[in-house]
Design a protein. Sequence first.
Length: 412
Amino acid sequence: MTGTETSRTEGFDAPPLRRLRYFHGQMLGARDFQREQDYHREKLRLRMRCLLGYGVVCGLHVEPAPREEDDCPPDAAEESARPEASVEEGGAETEHTRRRAKARITPGLAVDCAGNEVVVRGGCVIDLWKALPPHERDTDTVWVGIEYAERPVEPTRAVYNDACADTSDCEFGWTEECYKVRVTGCEPPVDERCDTCCSACEHKVLWLARITCVDWYEPVRRDQIHMNVRRPFGRHLPTVITGINWIHGHTYTIDEAKALLGTQDEDGGLVVRFSADVRSDTLRPGVVEVQVIEGGSGRNASTWYMGGTFAEPDAECDEFTRQFRYRQTTRETLQDGDRVLITVRAAFILDRCCRPVDGTHVGGRVPTIATDATRSAAHGGCDLPPSGIGPWTSGTGAGGDVFESWFFVKER
């Protein structure tokens, strides 16, 4: 093995893979069979996280809970630390002191960053106050997640006693793979690893939702639940376009279009926002292109390119950015009936891991960076993307491609 090969494999997060070798007359014990199980389980985990990745595969949506339900498996440490409920003198919990802040996790499947499959079969309801660690209860924002767990089940009495054991009590004969619900009042860390296969996994909780403005004595509303913190299943989380400052397909007046393009205003320009940092040095001439397709009642469909430049960020000062602003630098004028076509070559914009932005403008539904009620107007049907988690962003999961959008111009 060369020195280069050694450096590439140092620190690979996987134990030695040793499988049982059978031979005639071999004496096998429980430890040998356990190690054989471990071998196959580790191979499955390794294959899962390195070839496919991790995250939420399906389901596991967080939603308001039906009343008077609480069937999530509690953590033993959290259960013992629960405070007593406020009660009246007669011992019954009053209407005003009954905590009602609950949420429900729907059935689903996920894979954690170690490659363990986490299955929630029937869904469960969480009492947020009870599940929240006592030292984190001074908050009105909580995060809800799940974590892979195991527990021994089915006690079985051994046929032969262990000579080294103190008693001949029953042993558990099976291990059940299950899950634990986690609730925290501290913002969870983000997995910033570029390589999720070889590097160690530190945070095994899969966070599903953030719940804001929690009132412990009132039911949780749907508008308080934000599921954009969940990680979709895959080897890495692609950087996507999450907002633009114009309305796709909208019709603007000539003056509105000039203000939007920054024709006469140095603070104006087209703004594109990303879900994560991108490298400022990849925002080069040619990455963004503004093309005008002439309209009007006479001869039309002639095209010309509008000159422009990046007003933000300053690549010499800012290594990374979450958005850019591109403004017109020439004095060409727009006319009634023109269509302005905006092209962003996302395959040339790289994120922190030097991966291309996933830029396909699926259905033209990347939301507007709202500045007033008009700009935040909806497109109609398909309010949520196929994942069921909104709002829409660019991307199909393939990475790269071209982001296209347009708007129309009228005289007044």
